[in-house]
Write a protein that binds this ligand. Structure first.
Ligand SMILES: Cc1cc2nc3c(=O)[nH]c(=O)nc-3n(C[C@H](O)[C@H](O)[C@H](O)COP(=O)(O)OP(=O)(O)OC[C@H]3O[C@@H](n4cnc5c(N)ncnc54)[C@H](O)[C@@H]3O)c2cc1C
Length: 484
């Protein structure tokens, strides 16, 4: 099998690239310096410019706009929460007891209501991202086809039923989520052996490179300075030290996600090892024939997920490919980074095999494989932090659900920096402390074991026709800190 491997992503390789622009570092003090040119950084600059047309704003980006997860992801602009809702709800209830006037207690909402408010803010973010694309003429091949999680095993089906019941408790109504039986599922996407699915109409599919590059283009036109090929090294109050010299700033946002460990400083939400890079890998096929599409369906370009513990995520691209991602070789010892995204051959085989198990009657040719780094905290919950003394803000830990959440994070960071008490600053991810990761080699062993256990649990449930989630998978979730 011959395919492109790495080059950051199929999306970046396929979309028209601007030359990398190491613009001169600004000499004058900036109102806002943003470190990291992914979606968190880009949305921060966008809304800062909307609110303050006169501000001097600079983005410092080590490589080029979208080089990180933002240009490599599966393109799910999804309704999914960046974290474990039970953990968020519990933390809110604890915080309200200890400090009722603190940021998350101030909205007067209990844990479950706070998480519902979080969910509804994320839904608003999807609307707003699509509105900005329209207003700024960004064609990111966006389509709001929803997302559909399809079960191919009885145990997976029971997890969908549990998810449905849990979602109802957290405020989902029939307009947000619908259960589809086997026939209705296969009428949407003809997945082999589909037993049923949950359909979430709110999600949209996008091309990540077109979105990030489109935003970068808009920002340059709006006078935001973007210094590509410039690495931040150390941050402190009013100053970002880079490999090209210092930049002075009134306020600094750190938007580095999986790369958070590449900068030094006493940074809120990053003291100790609070975030590590975990890899997710993807393949994109060559375009499928019209006959193949006729047999699959998938006409709504829904984002497609499954119910396996080693889950996959996929989309039908605008040019008729399938882009599909999942885990596999998820972690490099001592939190290594993904570089240009080359994927081990066995992981490509694994993903291609999973695609074939969804549509066994079809032949697929892999055109491109790549991987990128998610930022993952110990409890898999994202957090937003702002230190008013240093005037440094940090958003990180989306754990694979960041395409929508980056938008909300950026707006929240700006509210925090303005000292405003707003509905966004009361959402439960503000100052959410997730704990710290274990030292090596425990961390490496733990993450590797978790994925091995999930793989075994999937094989067990499929081979035995188990009706419920296996004990093994429950143990894996506990080990990972994913348990609800
Ligand atoms: C393969 C994959 C698939 C995914 N699929 C989905 C999905 O379908 N839906 C979803 O919601 N989420 C998904 N995610 C997660 C989502 O892409 C991320 O949560 C989101 O893009 C994070 O954006 P960010 O701007 O915070 O970080 P990033 O996009 O990672 O941006 C960080 C930037 O900082 C730069 N940088 C690094 N070090 C320095 C430094 N020292 N100085 C300056 N700049 C530096 C990097 O080059 C990078 O551009 C996926 C992630 C991956 C890897």
């Amino acid at each position: 099998m011959s395919y492109f491997n790495g080059e950051a992503s199929h999306w970046l390789a396929a979309s028209p690239a601007d030359d990398v622009d190491p613009a001169p570092l600004p000499r004058e003090k900036q109102d806002l310096v943003i470190v990291g040119g992914g979606l968190t950084g880009l949305w921060s600059a966008y809304y800062a410019r909307q609110a303050h047309p006169d501000w001097a704003i600079t983005i410092i980006e080590a490589s080029h706009i979208g080089y990180g997860a933002s240009g490599r992801n599966g393109g799910w602009l999804s309704t999914l929460l960046p974290g474990n809702r039970t953990k968020f709800a519990e933390a809110v209830d604890r915080a309200r007891k200890n400090d009722p006037s603190g940021p998350v207690g101030s909205a007067g909402l209990g844990g479950v209501a706070s998480v519902s408010a979080f969910r509804s803010a994320l839904f608003d973010s999807i609307d707003e991202v699509l509105e900005v694309c329209k207003a700024e003429s960004i064609d990111a091949h966006q389509v709001r086809g929803g997302h559909i999680d399809i079960a191919q095993t009885e145990a997976g089906l029971s997890r969908l039923r549990d998810l449905e019941a849990g979602n109802e408790q957290f405020g989902y109504g029939p307009e947000d989520m619908q259960f589809l039986d086997a026939e209705a599922t296969r009428a949407r996407i003809n997945v082999d052996g589909a037993l049923g699915s949950l359909y979430f109409p709110g999600t949209a599919a996008i091309d990540p490179a077109l979105l990030t590059r489109g935003l970068g283009h808009v920002l340059r036109e709006q006078g935001v300075t973007i210094c590509e090929a410039t690495s931040a090294r150390h941050l402190r109050k009013n100053s970002v030290a880079t490999d090209r010299g210092p930049v002075r700033a009134d306020t600094i946002f750190v938007c580095l996600e999986g790369y958070s460990d590449t900068v030094g400083g006493d940074l809120p939400g990053l003291q100790g090892r609070q975030v590590i890079p975990v890899f997710s890998s993807m393949i994109a096929t060559e375009p499928l024939s019209d006959e193949a599409w006729a047999s699959i369906g998938w006409e709504g370009r829904e984002c497609l997920g499954d119910t396996a513990h080693t889950f996959i995520y996929a989309q039908r691209t605008a040019d008729g490919r399938i882009a599909l991602g999942g885990r596999g070789a998820p972690y490099a010892f001592r939190s290594g980074l993904p570089g240009d995204g080359e994927v081990p051959a066995e992981v490509v085989d694994l993903l291609a095999g999973r695609l074939s198990s969804l549509f066994p009657d079809l032949e697929f040719e892999v055109a491109h494989a790549w991987r990128g780094a998610l930022g993952v905290t110990r409890d898999w919950c994202a957090g937003i932090f702002f230190d008013p003394t240093q005037r440094i803000g940090v958003a990180r830990g989306y754990a694979g659900h960041g395409v929508t959440a980056t938008h909300l994070a950026a707006k929240t960071l700006l509210d925090r920096a303005a000292g405003a008490s707003s509905p966004l600053t009361a959402l439960p991810w503000n100052d959410h402390f997730s704990g710290q990761w274990e030292p090596e080699p425990i961390r490496w062993l733990g993450i590797r074991s978790m994925y091995k256990i999930f793989g075994l649990a999937d094989a067990w449930e499929s081979a035995t026709g188990a009706k419920k989630t296996s004990l093994l998978a429950r143990f894996g979730s506990r080990l990972a800190g994913l348990h609800e």
